[in-house]
Ligand binder design. Structure first.
Ligand SMILES: [Zn+2]
Ligand SMILES: [Zn+2]
Length: 149
């Protein structure tokens, strides 16, 4: 194959992939874009991210991660070892979520229908000492154990 043809075929391949990505985004239920980490060559950071993703996958399997945004927050995994945000944003009148989730809702991109994005108050569950405690017990699919103590 001549170089020119080769370049052309690569170009059209790239265009096809690009069109595929756009089509996928178009049919996606909500508009939150896929999360990507900033590139790094720092092995420690690479390890942390891999561990975090694996940890979140484990928590999801154990039904301890009821998140409300497409990309599943990292905040709750790191600070609490479970995510109650999916329940919390649905509590009418007292809607709240962790900072990660609040960032998505702020852009009207949460994934739970019927939630008012403007009603959500950001909370750090007392972890930084800004507000009263309220560490949440891990919730599960039946979602009973998530009210503040
Ligand atoms: Zn969430
Ligand atoms: Zn969260």
């Amino acid at each position: 194959m001549k170089t020119k043809q080769w370049i052309l075929s690569i170009l059209s391949g790239t265009l096809l992939v690009g069109a595929g990505v756009v089509a996928t985004m178009y049919v996606t239920e909500w508009r939150e874009p896929t999360a990507t980490y900033l590139e790094t060559t720092d092995p420690q950071l690479i390890q942390i991210r891999e561990d975090l993703e694996a940890y979140k996958a484990k928590l999801r399997k154990e039904e301890k991660y009821f998140c409300c945004i497409k990309n599943d927050c990292n905040w709750c995994a790191i600070h609490m070892g479970h995510c109650p945000c999916g329940d919390l944003v649905m509590e009418k009148g007292v809607e709240k979520s962790c900072p990660d989730c609040a960032a998505a809702w702020n852009k009207k991109q949460g994934k739970i229908p019927g939630v008012d994005p403007d009603a959500i108050q950001v909370t750090t569950f007392g972890i930084y000492g800004y507000e009263e405690g309220g560490h949440h017990a891990p919730t599960n699919a039946s979602g009973t154990e998530h009210h503040e103590k």
